[in-house]
Design a protein. Sequence first.
Length: 168
Amino acid sequence: MVQVLVLNASYEPLNITTWRRATVLMLKGKAESLEENPDLKIRPDKNIPTVIRLRHFIKVPYRDIPLTRKNILYRDNNCCQYCGYKGLKLSIDHILPKSRGGPDTWENVTTACLTCNIIKGNRTPEEANMILKQKPYKPLSNLSFEATKQINSGLHKEWGKYVIGWFS
């Protein structure tokens, strides 16, 4: 299934939709094509769009990214933030342990391998003499988060110039 990045009139990413829905929006005059896939065609003279821009601005309320194991692992690139291990034996570590009042927030959780998580135990990284490779942060936009996955997987590299960094 070919996916299309939908941009607001201000070039801000709004949504990811199907090529059929994008084509309907263009035929109705509600959107214009900015990027097209030269390998896929709707008709012999028309390529399938991969990025479209709406002609009129749409106001969209802010949507928060859920704090889930999958999203934390993706944010940390499926890599232990203490030793750099990449593999299946990864867990979620609370920087300030929950037993010591540590909250379930983006800034207090990170990815750790089972070995590092056991070594760290009920201590902070400083107390355990363990250094984080990357400070935990909260991604800014749910759509940018999803679009970045598509860009990093190599499916839609052309989206990169429209989806500016989703992290702070």
